[in-house]
Write a protein of this length. Structure first.
Length: 403
């Protein structure tokens, strides 16, 4: 099997996912993808006819994001018409899975160069807009004990003993690290601004960050999922699945959960032969990737099992990994991952995460790949493990090695 290398990785800034004040609210999903696909072409200087596919993750593939945005994004960005494209949806890990699929095709010898990544305009296409049977059809909702993700996050905190102060302290540290990374210019290599139709910059920085956040200020926020849990009956559903829990402690709120934002990402992966032929310098190697299923009611416990499976497949141990990056969907998810993996916060999410930056659903996985490639290079380190929890109970992990 051939090896697959990462040749470039770019992302847009994350804009607040609100119509009233989000800087990217007027940017269509195609405008977002145009920024990153255009940057891949311009930065590498390759003839886009050399690209075998464009794979984009998108969690709400309806409206402006529907009708195979992968192909439409390639056409809109001026790629050669011979370049196909498609979209995939593995919920929150869609962007990472897009990169993984591209890498798998390269490793199998079925492609030479692929762009993987994702897009989500959460200010224009609301979360849940695509609908689905899981939350509405009793045939599956009852059997799987469906509850909203926030209830699952609070259930994790309750079962594993993470207090309100624990999750708030994690959130404050995410904000602090995010600001330090921006102030240090750590994202300068990957961020590409989003411009409007006349070339005026709409956004060139992550605008969701709240660096002045403190544990005390977060302590003033009411739990976001208490009402739906207690008044709408979701707590009872979760406790039916986990009867050892007497009462769910609701500790999550907007300040210690991932933010709703807009954004897009793109990662160029390819074979060694393609890189040599086109004069591309490899930045990292895709070692392995894994997706697993986990219990769907609590839903958010998939990162550690998927990470352990990926490590086993790569014949590696936790000590072989220099940096860990887990999507900060909720603070308790990250605390549990570190506990189950036996790792410290000193090598996990070293530049902050989605609590500070926001989580543009289908785009996030590709963004995390780029963040880790940049950080390995900046620190002169060798390996990184990237993982996300996934709706309906799944986990996706990718291991990369700096070249």
């Amino acid at each position: 099997m051939a090896e697959c290398f990462i040749y470039d990785a770019v992302r847009t800034p994350r804009g607040k996912g609100r119509k009233r004040d989000g800087s990217l609210a007027d940017a269509t999903p195609l405008r977002l993808t145009d920024a990153v696909l255009g940057a891949i072409r311009e930065r590498t200087g390759i003839d886009t006819a050399e690209i075998d596919d464009v794979i984009l993750g998108c969690v709400e593939p309806v409206g402006e994001q529907g009708a195979n945005i992968g192909r439409l994004a390639a056409l809109n960005a001026g790629y050669d018409e011979s370049v196909p494209g498609f979209q995939i949806n593995r919920f929150c890990s869609s962007g990472l899975e897009a990169v993984n699929l591209g890498a798998a095709k390269v490793k199998a010898g079925d492609a030479d160069l692929i762009v993987g990544g994702g897009v989500e305009s959460m200010s224009r296409i609301a979360m849940g807009a695509a609908g689905g049977a899981w939350s509405t059809d009793p045939q599956i909702a009852i059997d799987t004990h469906f509850v909203p993700q926030g209830i699952g996050a609070d259930l994790i905190a309750t079962m594993y003993g993470y207090s309100r102060r624990d999750v708030d302290a994690f959130a404050v540290e995410s904000q602090r690290r995010a600001k330090a990374a921006w102030d240090g210019g750590y994202f300068a290599k990957s961020i590409v601004p989003v411009k409007d139709v006349v070339g005026v910059t709409m956004l060139d920085h992550d605008e969701h960050m709240r660096p002045d956040t403190t544990v005390e200020s977060l302590g003033e926020l009411a739990p976001s999922f208490k009402k739906m849990g207690e008044s709408f009956g979701f707590d009872a559903v979760a406790i039916q699945r986990y009867p050892e829990v007497e009462k769910i402690e609701h500790v999550h709120h907007a300040g210690n959960s991932s933010g709703i934002v807009d954004g897009a990402s793109a990662v160029l992966v390819g074979s060694a032969e393609a890189g040599e032929r086109l004069g591309l310098k490899p930045r990292a190697r895709v070692v392995t990737s894994v997706s697993i299923g986990s219990e769907p009611c609590i839903m958010l416990t998939g990162p550690a099992p998927s990470a352990k499976k990926a490590l086993a497949r790569a014949k590696m141990s936790v000590s072989d990994i220099d940096l860990f990056e887990i999507n900060e969907a909720f603070a308790s998810v990250c605390l549990l991952f570190m506990e189950q993996m036996g790792i410290g916060h000193d090598k996990t999410n070293v530049n902050g995460g989605a609590i500070a930056f926001g989580h543009p659903l289908g785009a996030t996985g590709g963004m995390l790949v780029g963040t880790m490639v940049d950080e390995l290079e900046r620190r002169g380190l060798g390996t990184a493990l990237i993982t996300l929890c996934v709706g309906a109970g799944m986990g996706t992990t990718t291991i990369i090695e700096r070249v």
